[in-house]
Design a protein around this ligand. Structure first.
Ligand code: GDP
Length: 140
């Protein structure tokens, strides 16, 4: 399997509950390397641009409100098949439906406040990494 990079976000519900270290430990134990990371507060315009693909969905406005409600930690994770691997570690969108032992099942509060974001395909990973980071900020 090829080495990939994926964009991860530790969302406001998780930073509020001081879960950054717990979540990062899960990534590292699963063989993903954190090759870039920063804690930021997204503006409304930045959140809207990041989630533009969801513009037509009924929860778009609520999602942008939530993602700007507190600080987030944006990260680039690197590893073998990192995009799918991260999605496995995250679990299903709804914590109630996520498999036991996943971040969302163990730590998620709701279908919206579900702790983490992870790119879902190589094209989205490329867009999302470029949206959040300059190349010079990523060190493998
Ligand atoms: P993901 O790829 O598993 O994060 O899921 P999606 O791409 O479908 O949705 C993006 C994000 O929107 C999710 O991680 C949730 O934070 C939020 N979200 C998804 N579905 C719902 C919903 O039905 N209601 C609300 N309020 N938020 C949702």
């Amino acid at each position: 399997m090829a080495v990939e990079r994926t964009l991860s976000i530790i969302k406001p519900d998780a930073t509020r509950r001081n879960l950054t270290g717990d979540i990062n430990t899960r990534f590292e134990k699963a063989g993903l390397r954190i090759v870039a990371q920063k804690r930021i507060r997204l503006t409304r315009a930045q959140a809207e641009g990041f989630y533009a693909v969801h513009k037509a969905r009924p929860f778009y406005g609520a999602l942008c409100d939530y993602m700007t409600s507190g600080p987030v930690v944006v990260q680039v994770l690197e590893g073998e098949g990192a995009i799918a691997r991260n999605r496995e570690i995250m679990g299903a969108t709804d914590p109630k439906k996520a498999a036991k032992g996943t971040i969302r099942a163990d730590l998620g509060e709701s279908i919206e406040a579900n702790c983490v974001h992870g790119s879902d395909a190589p094209e989205t990973a490329a867009f999302e990494i470029g949206y959040m980071f300059a190349g010079i900020e990523i060190t493998g």
